[in-house]
Ligand binder design. Sequence first.
Ligand SMILES: [Zn+2]
Length: 232
Amino acid sequence: MSKYQHIQEAAYEANMQLPKLGLVLFTFGNVSEADRDLGVFAIKPSGVAYKELSPAKMVIVDFEGEVVKGKLRPSSDTLTHAVLYKHWEKIGGICHTHSVHATSWAQSQRDIPIFGTTHADYNTVDIPCASPMSDEMIKGNYEYETGFQIMNCFKERNLSYEEVEMILVGNHAPFTWGKTADKAVYNSGVLESIAQMAWLTEQINPNAARLKESLIRKHYQRKHGPESYYGQ
Ligand SMILES: [Zn+2]
């Protein structure tokens, strides 16, 4: 048994959720799961159809982006995953999709305003949209720079990656993360739903107001505070 089997299985299961949740079309999207002790992550191979995936096909890569094990080429977004794992030491899973509504906000280069309590259950802030990449960064190593584009946005806005587990990359699409690949995929599903609701909200009322601060706090603490009482 390979010492990487546990992360290959977790990455496989998480990737297979993407088409089921309607978050990807064709081979779009990729999820990875890391093992911090081994210093590697397992990620989907590039351009392989979901029905042809298997745990053994998940490619093992280190935090510098070098392939450690696997015959297939890893996802073209692998370097973005590697940069985030290397610098954000508490995350264990990353998910990237081009889900329609979240991607539309990214293409509009807009943060998703916090309009309702669904959003507040997960985040107390607008979902950040990182500014489009500079020409300098585009000329460099594109996927590697995407990782810095994400981290720079969090730095500029003084956001914590442990509190806000999602971002829109301007003109591109969303990235989400969490302690595990499974949680990262869950966050992608939540983000897509929030993105769709915010879009409809603006259609129904272009002057819709942001959620008031007291409700933002109340909802977030219901699920995440020291006295949370949501669920079992
Ligand atoms: Zn992409």
